[in-house]
Design a protein around this ligand. Structure first.
Ligand SMILES: C[S@@+](CC[C@H](N)C(=O)[O-])C[C@H]1O[C@@H](n2cnc3c(N)ncnc32)[C@H](O)[C@@H]1O
Length: 268
């Protein structure tokens, strides 16, 4: 991004990313429109951007021309970076006097290990700042016309990680008994086992479910299903990752909201 464009979008009191400092920032779920102004300020000032695989290419394109992009992700078929290595690299870059933007998909502290990186920077005496981001588990719902809460329908929303369905000690039956909608991150591999446990915990097999793949990205896909069918539908539709899965009555509102949006668009 050139300086004029950056200046046009940045707040007058935008924070300054100083040499030797690290910003741990969220890049949102994909669409650059969901980037915060502070993350954008970081992109325009950083001379090194250390990013995850989930950071959308369109967001990385907003980095200043002085910025070097360094991949530090754990997906995408490239060699896995150990968490310790990433923290060490951030410390090394800061100590070399760089302005470092550590950019993570969604929110840096939502299943993003931002907290661990912050603690490592703190222990090393590196000045840092944490910039919140829009998490996929909220943006993905709204982008799919599924309201996270709806008066009279739910008063809570459970955000849960779906890896290690059997061995991570998460009590899925207890989550099912709350009757509140559940948003699953990283759950595609264990979806059948999780759905099974939620049904055994008392959720009706007919509970509406939706899978949102690549929310707000160019290849976004949305499939609506039921708890009983959701794992099979994911397979039948050959859905990949990243994906969030929403389980609960709020999914039913999607059809009504889509209709309302269409009517609104037709009226303009
Ligand atoms: C390691 S977690 C990182 C979450 C991220 N920090 C956030 O706040 O969204 C990765 C998981 O987030 C979810 N995710 C992230 N971006 C997504 C997107 N654009 N669409 C759907 N799911 C996404 C997927 O469940 C993915 O497996």
């Amino acid at each position: 991004m050139n300086n004029r464009r950056a200046a046009a979008v940045m707040r007058a009191d935008a924070p300054v990313l100083a040499p030797g400092h690290v910003w741990l920032a969220g890049a949102g779920p994909g669409d650059p429109g969901l980037l915060t102004l502070d993350a954008l300020a970081g992109l325009s000032q950083a001379d090194v951007v250390v990013h995850d695989a989930l950071v959308d290419r369109r967001v990385l394109a907003l980095a200043g021309s002085q910025a070097r992009l360094e991949f530090a992700g754990k997906r995408g078929g490239r060699p896995s970076a150990e968490q310790r290595d990433i923290s060490t690299r951030l410390i090394e870059l800061a100590r070399a006097g760089h302005r470092v933007l550590r950019l993570k998909g969604g929110d840096p502290c939502m299943f993003g290990r931002g907290g661990e990186e912050a603690l490592a920077l703190s222990a090393a005496g590196v000045p840092f700042r944490i910039i919140p981001g829009v998490t996929a588990g909220l943006a993905g719902l709204t982008a799919a016309a599924i309201p996270a809460t709806f008066r009279g329908m739910n008063r809570a929303l459970i955000l849960a990680a779906g890896y290690g369905a059997d061995d991570d000690g998460l009590d899925w039956s207890a989550l099912a008994r709350t009757g509140q909608p559940i948003v699953l991150y990283m759950a595609m591999r264990n979806l059948a086992a999780i759905a099974d446990q939620l049904m055994r915990g008392g959720l009706p097999p007919s509970t509406p479910a939706a899978i949102v793949v690549s929310a707000t990205m160019a290849d976004e896909r949305i499939v609506v299903s039921t708890l009983e069918r959701v794992a099979a539908d994911a397979q039948d539709h050959q859905l990949g990752t990243p994906a969030i899965i929403i389980i609960g009555e709020i999914v039913r509102l999607r059809a009504r909201l889509m209709e309302a949006v269409r009517e609104g668009e037709a009226a303009t």
